[in-house]
Design a protein around this ligand. Sequence first.
Ligand SMILES: C[S@@+](CC[C@H](N)C(=O)[O-])C[C@H]1O[C@@H](n2cnc3c(N)ncnc32)[C@H](O)[C@@H]1O
Length: 244
Amino acid sequence: MTGFVSFVGSGPGDPELLTLKAVDRLRRADAVLFDDLSSGPILDYAREEADLVGVGKRAGRMSPRQHHVSRLLVDYAAAGQRVVRLKSGDSGLFGRLEEEIIALREAGVAYEIIPGIPSAVAAAAAAGISLTRRMTARRVQFVTGHDVSGGLPDDLDIAALSDPRACTVVFMGKRTFPKLAALLIDNGLPPDTPAVLAESVSTPEQTLFRNTVTGLSERLSAEIGDKPALILYGPLANEESSND
Ligand SMILES: C[S@@+](CC[C@H](N)C(=O)[O-])C[C@H]1O[C@@H](n2cnc3c(N)ncnc32)[C@H](O)[C@@H]1O
């Protein structure tokens, strides 16, 4: 008998931000393969008998290689198990979803994808920010600040990222933001563009630091800490701003 894989977006960390479908699939799973940011109280929805397998990066140890994770998925499904592959936020955003889908297709394993609340959307909500603003931010862009070697990707569209009329969210960008900020300012982004550093969004450790692109760059040059974080910048509206 062939099993089935549900890719489930777990949202940013608060279990109340799981979708009803996510909870349903967790309750029915024989095995849950989870990333580090999809752990904690979210896993309480899995059955006691389910195999809970951490496949994410942990402090002090390397993450399992991607092909090993794909292999595990295929093996559990081939054993007839109902598998949940839990990924933080939405699985289709910077989550290596495609590699795992390809492995399942090659092995003839059926799957579904259940969307989750992206951390970027949860960060904007936590900061009271509207990602789009009539007249001033008609465009939103999500970008990674980190390539496979941990550096700033060298193929970023700096002109688009310097657009003062777009709201930009940088994932995995704390270490490289000072370099990115210098490139943006060289390309015309005003240094006093509002920026927010949103860490561990929706968890008890959540912190929000509101400043400017320059101020954030200076702070991150001095200290980055180890919490997962997003950087939002652009013509950010928040609850203190007037409506336009
Ligand atoms: C591998 S990516 C996965 C993104 C995820 N698929 C999503 O939709 O949010 C991991 C990065 O997402 C961001 N992230 C995920 N959860 C977060 C949270 N609760 N608070 C802040 N940033 C978060 C951080 O930039 C983190 O390094």
